[in-house]
Ligand binder design. Structure first.
Ligand code: NAD
Length: 306
C-alpha cells in the first residue's frame, strides 16, 4: 500500500498500438509494469509482439484483472465504443480500476466517457498528450489531465512511465479542454509565422534575418524557434526535410475541429480559429501526412510570382 492507502499499480491493459500507443506501452513495460496490449489491426499487433509486448486477442482479454486501462485511440467514437458495456473494459476490469484515456477527443465525449466509468464504479481520467511520436518514444510526453484528485494521484506512477510533465488541469474533460486550447494557439501561430516569412520573402528579407529578429523579439513562439516553417534557421524543423514527419496536417485539422466543437458547445466565437480550420481542412486534402508547417506552401501559392 502507498502512503495514501492505495495499492500500487502493477498491471496495465493498453488499448491502441499505433504511432503513439506502441512506444507508450513499450515504455510502461520497460518501467517494470506488467502490460497486456491490444489492437484490432493485425499489423499493429504484430509490431507490438515484435517490440516484445504481451499482446492479447481481445480488449476483454487484455483488461481482465488489470489495475489500470490506458486507451490511445483515434477518435471519441472509438473511446466511447471501448468504454460502453460490451466494449471489453466495463464489466471486465475489477471494481475500482482506473481508466486513463490519452487519445485526443472532444471535451463532450471525454465527459461522457467519465460518466460511463463512474456508473460502473470505475475511476477515470482524460489525459491527452503533447509531444508527438518523438516524445512518446523518448518518454517525455506532457500529460494534461482531467478528473478527480484521487484518480490523478493513483495515475502518477503510470503517467510518469510515459511522460515528463504531468499537469492536473481540473475535473472531467479539463485535460481535453487544455489540449484543444493549446493546439488552437499552435495552429493560429503557425499560420501567422508562415505569413510573416512569405511577406519577408516578397520584401527581400532573408529567412535568417527574420529568424534572428523574431526569435528574440515579441513575435517569438514555438512555431518560430522549434518548428520554423522555412529550412535553415532551425536545422531540426520539418521544413528541412520536405515537411516529412512531425505533426501531421490531418491531426491538426482534427484538433481544430475539436476546438470548433468545444467552442460551439460553449457558445464562443473563434474568428481566427474558424479561418485556421478552413485552411487546415483544405491542406488535409492535399498533404494529409506532411508536418503542419507545410501551411507556408499554401500561403506562398496565394502569392503571385514577382
Ligand atoms: P494511430 O491511428 O496511429 O493509432 C491508433 C490505433 O488504435 C490504431 O492502431 C488502431 O488500430 C487502434 N484501435 C482502434 N480501435 C481500437 C480498439 N477498440 N482497441 C484497441 N485499439 C484500437 O493514431 P496515433 O497517431 O497513435 O494517435 C492516437 C491518438 O493520439 C489520437 O487521438 C491522436 O489525435 C492523438 N495524438 C497523436 C499525436 C501524434 O503525433 N501522432 C500527438 C498527440 C496526440
Amino acid at each position: 500500500m502507498s502512503a495514501t492507502g492505495q495499492a500500487p499499480v502493477t498491471s496495465i491493459a493498453f488499448l491502441g498500438l499505433g504511432h503513439m500507443g506502441l512506444p507508450m506501452a513499450s515504455n510502461l513495460a520497460a518501467a517494470g509494469f506488467t502490460v497486456r496490449a491490444y489492437d484490432p489491426v493485425p499489423a499493429a499487433a504484430a509490431a507490438a509482439r515484435a517490440a516484445g509486448l504481451d499482446v492479447a486477442g481481445s480488449p476483454a482479454d487484455a483488461a481482465a484483472e488489470t489495475d489500470v486501462v490506458v486507451t490511445m485511440l483515434p477518435t471519441g467514437r472509438h473511446v466511447l465504443d471501448a468504454y460502453r458495456p460490451g466494449g471489453g473494459i466495463v464489466g471486465t476490469v475489477p471494481e475500482g480500476a482506473l481508466l486513463i484515456d490519452s487519445s485526443t477527443i472532444d471535451v463532450a465525449d471525454a465527459r461522457a466517457a467519465h460518466e460511463i466509468a463512474a456508473r460502473a464504479g470505475l475511476r477515470s481520467l482524460d489525459a491527452p498528450v503533447s509531444g508527438g511520436t518523438v516524445g512518446a518514444t523518448a518518454g517525455t510526453l506532457t500529460f494534461m489531465v482531467g478528473g478527480d484528485a484521487d484518480a490523478f494521484e493513483a495515475a502518477g506512477p503510470v503517467l510518469s512511465g510515459m511522460g515528463r510533465r504531468i499537469v492536473h488541469c481540473g475535473g472531467a474533460g479539463a485535460g481535453q479542454a487544455a489540449k484543444v486550447c493549446n493546439n488552437l494557439i499552435l495552429a493560429e501561430s503557425m499560420i501567422a509565422v508562415s505569413e510573416a516569412f512569405v511577406l519577408a520573402e516578397s520584401l527581400g528579407l532573408s529567412h535568417q534575418a527574420l529568424y534572428d529578429v523574431v526569435s528574440t523579439s515579441s513575435g517569438q513562439c514555438w512555431a518560430v524557434t522549434t518548428n520554423c516553417p522555412v529550412p535553415g534557421p532551425v536545422p531540426t524543423s520539418p521544413a528541412n526535410r520536405g515537411f516529412d514527419g512531425g505533426f501531421a496536417t490531418r491531426l491538426m485539422a482534427k484538433d481544430l475541429r475539436l476546438a470548433a466543437s468545444a467552442a460551439a458547445a460553449a457558445r464562443v466565437d473563434l474568428p481566427l480559429g474558424r479561418k485556421a480550420l478552413d485552411i487546415y481542412d483544405k491542406l488535409e486534402a492535399t498533404a494529409p501526412d506532411r508536418d503542419f508547417s507545410v501551411v507556408i506552401d499554401a500561403i506562398r501559392e496565394r502569392t503571385p510570382a514577382q
